[in-house]
Design a protein around this ligand. Structure first.
Ligand code: F6R
Length: 586
């Protein structure tokens, strides 16, 4: 995880870097730092969130610099472990995103050669390797190539050298690095969002590529030193609108945006959509893979492809994909679902499957993300940047797009039209804000929550529990409603709130019976339904819609409940503790 940014140009780099890492905070926010060339290398680092640091300059000024926002992997959250890291004499500074897997052996041999380390991080070895090879070759390119050949794992790093004060260099393997281009200025970062206010012209570095740049010269080469010519992509500014508008949190803004984003996800290029559906329909073996919230969308996809498209498929957590890897071959289609397109577990699964000849279809939000670029065919969620760490609008966009795929495979035009009008009902849920706030107030001191649902509602129960856990830090479990009696019922008593996903469809009566079983043990039942029932202690009313489509709408009250619970408990809603939005480590 972590976010990195670098700048070389004719402006003062410090405010540009500070703004950049603020925008990258979704990638990690436990500590931060920057390095600037001001005659010598000057450093500023701190623990805590960058957004909480008052200053934008710290008395530093320079035209070349690098910065970092951290999500700790190796070494605790301390000032020493915050990036940038430097060589022994502080003549070289680096920022790194990823994990250096062989850092222990590298560190051991560098220590034996007399290098002095000041942090517990894996990243610091990069600074010392650059120092070692620069002392040997006195040539930046040779130094960079020798360094990238030594390190194993995944990385995107940037470096500056005191002896080469106009230069910035970088390299990537399996972690993203993009370059923003403007006259006499270059920006280097983990994503476009961090510099899009300065330029919309972008070069996407590919895997195993390195870069050396001055403000007016840019050289890109592969890890064997061969120069690579790259095209410039113009990205859409508006796709990177990150203002919070009138909302107190990004998460709340993104929950509200669902009244348009659900519909936006359905605007797909008809030719691509048809090709995508055909690949699903004819697949001899279809595996869906994803992580976290996106995996919950994957579970619904499995259900809909099986029930509607009549395609047998499996949904496998990306981190567990090795379980089925032996079955992957050239007759296999993988559907990977990811908001960021950068989740390491997913990329790993997809790359291995690709090597075995599988076809890769993906659903992503971030265009030109690694997953997008490594897939055979991608459909976009079109829901704009999601800044809140908890996925909200990207989830409903994934669900809507999955419905569109399933319904298109069988030409269900009537339901497709209903799907396209679904966003009109989001307001119906948002208007129940006061009721949801009251429920959040009533249960804010609960220590455990359960969410239950059958069939298509089961993935939504899982998602409701995940949202509550990550936003409010309350323990929660999502379960198939029929499973409670097989053990978990032992935990239910009069202190336990249970959220029951129960719109009127074929699961209604059985789910109601499960809710009654819990009520009989004292549980407080929060119904999510279009139909009231006396067993509910509280009801969040759903609109009357096509019953098939309830999963997309019924998750919104669960997102709101988690949000208001978190606010009541004083949690940091947009940046929950210990988490990061893009999980770029395995
Ligand atoms: C939960 C959440 C995570 C992500 C997961 C996958 O709110 O955001 O569980 O869903 O890390 O991320 P993507 O979709 O970017 O691959």
């Amino acid at each position: 995880m972590c976010g990195i940014i670098g700048y070389v140009g004719d402006k003062d780099a410090v405010p540009i870097l500070m703004n950049g890492i603020r925008r990258l905070e979704y990638r990690g926010y436990d500590s931060w730092g920057l390095a600037i060339i001001q005659g010598e290398i000057k450093l500023m680092k701190n623990t805590g969130k960058i957004s909480e640091s008052g200053s934008n300059s710290f008395g530093l000024k320079g035209n070349v610099g690098i910065a970092h926002t951290r999500w700790a992997t190796h070494g605790g959250v301390t000032r020493e472990n915050a990036h940038p890291h430097t060589s022994c004499g502080k003549e070289i500074a680096i920022v790194h995103n990823g994990i250096i897997e062989n850092y222990q052996e590298m560190k051991k041999s560098l220590l034996a050669e007399g290098h002095k380390f000041t942090s517990q991080t894996d990243s610091e070895v990069i600074a010392h390797l650059l120092e070692k090879f620069y002392n040997k070759f006195k040539d930046i390119k040779k130094t960079l190539l020798a360094t990238v050949k030594r390190i194993k794992g995944n990385f995107a790093f940037l470096a500056i050298f005191q002896d080469e004060p106009d230069l910035i260099l970088g390299a990537r393997k399996d972690s993203p690095l993009v370059i923003g281009v403007r006259k006499n200025e270059l920006f280097f970062a983990s994503d476009v969002l961090s510099f899009v206010e300065y330029t919309d012209k972008v070069i996407f570095l590919d895997n195993l590529e390195a870069v050396m740049a001055k403000k007016d010269s840019l050289k890109i080469f592969d890890f064997n030193g061969r120069e690579v010519r790259k095209g410039i992509t113009q990205v859409a500014w508006e796709a990177y609108d990150v203002s919070k508008k009138e909302f107190t949190h990004y998460t709340l803004k993104e929950i509200h945006e669902q009244s348009s984003t659900i519909k936006n996800s359905l605007y797909q290029d008809p030719i691509k959509l048809t090709k995508f559906c055909k690949s699903i329909k004819v697949a001899k073996k279809l595996f869906i893979t994803a992580s976290g919230t996106s995996f919950h969308a994957g579970l619904l996809a499995r259900h809909l492809f099986s029930k509607i498209s009549k395609v047998y498929c499996e949904a496998i957590l990306a981190s567990e994909f090795s379980q089925v890897m032996d079955w992957v071959d050239k007759d296999t289609v993988i559907l990977a679902i990811s908001q960021s397109g950068e989740t390491a577990d997913i990329l790993h699964a997809v790359r291995e499957a690709k090597e075995k000849g599988a076809k890769i279809l993906s659903i992503v939000n971030v265009m030109s993300s690694t997953l997008d670029r490594e897939s055979d065919l991608t459909l976009y969620l079109n829901c704009g940047p999601e800044i809140g760490v908890a996925a909200t609008k990207s989830f409903t966009a994934q669900l809507a797009l999955i419905y569109l795929l399933a319904l298109t495979t069988v030409d269900e035009v009537v339901n497709i039209n209903k799907l396209k009008r679904l966003n009109d009902y989001v307001e119906f849920i948002l208007e129940q804000k006061n009721k949801i706030m009251n429920i959040a107030e009533k249960y804010k001191d609960s220590s455990d929550f359960y969410f239950i649902g059958r069939s298509v509602h089961h993935p939504i129960a899982l998602e409701g529990a995940l949202k509550l856990k990550e936003l409010s830090y309350i323990h929660a479990e999502g379960m198939a409603a029929g499973e409670l009696k097989h053990g978990t019922l032992a935990l239910i008593d009069e202190r336990t709130p249970v959220v029951v996903l129960n719109p009127k469809d074929q699961t209604y009566h059985e789910t109601l019976s499960n809710a009654l079983e819990m009520k009989a043990r004292g549980a407080k039942i929060i119904g999510i339904s279009n139909l009231n029932n006396e067993i509910y202690d509280d009801l969040i009313l759903l609109p009357q819609i096509e019953e098939l489509l309830y999963p997309i709408i019924e998750v919104i009250p669960l997102q709101m409940l988690a949000y208001y619970m978190a606010v009541n408990r004083g949690a940091d809603v947009d940046r929950p503790r210990n988490l990061a939005k893009s999980v770029t480590v395995k």
